[in-house]
Design a protein around this ligand. Sequence first.
Ligand code: GLN
Length: 304
Amino acid sequence: MDFDKTLQELPAYLREFFGKGTVASYIPALARVPAQKFGMALCRVAGPCHRVGDSEERFSIQSISKLFTLSLAMGRCGEELWRRVGREPSGNRFNSLVQLEYERGIPRNPFINAGAIVICDILLDHLPNPKETLRDYLRLLSGSFDIDFDQEVARSEAETGFINYALANFLKGNGNLHNAVEAVLDLYFHQCSLALSCSELARATVHLANAGVSPLLGEALLTGPQVKRLNSLMLTSGTYDAVGEFAYRVGLPAKSGVGGGIAAVLPGDYSVVVWSPELDPSGNSLAGGAALEYLTTVTGKSIF
Ligand code: GLN
């Protein structure tokens, strides 16, 4: 399989997709990212990593971080977690309040904002320093020990995060947060601010393509059943209310973020991360989705 050749074809193929989306503009640090950025990194379970474009440039991973907080919570909380968060696709925007009200403060899944906020509460219950644990987990997984929060982004998230405050207050009012709203959101805003490159994120997710064992560390980070569940949740809830369209076009479990990144895996074969900041109306990277569709279609390698 010539992944290098396919990746090198992408910049020309993607030209027509640029200029058709919008870069997230709710905070200055995201608004000033050049719209034409594009990078991809693909790490084989048994083999090398392939790269193209701006694959080494760090970007704000935003909601892709929900994958890592959920991984940490699954290892610590067990079945109790699923009494507080559901596992159905939401069919609504990632920060929708209305569904949370109908469903009495139980978020549909851990990848919408309300679900991720409950996961932060669980981490605060189980870990003495959850921010550091999360950052160190990503450092270990990626092998890049200078990965960190972007404090400007974390501050801006807090200054503009009125809807997230509303979600957290509503969760608290329904008894689904144990800790103070401020403490829970401080963790949530920091997780959104983590900055990694495509290559770093591809290394940090390759264990999800390998039954939980990191081929880089030679160590099991999650159990096989945990990985099966995480990947299933990505397939059904990882790309917001566009998850059906995304599965139809790409055919891989994936998690996206409003920084323009998408992380996807083909179990048994590879992890792949794409970054391009212009978003479609659902909040998924427009060229990123097109790049993944091209990759799985041209190589014939998707879960289907
Ligand atoms: N910081 C964003 C928010 O909380 C993250 C959302 C996302 O990436 N979908 O609204």
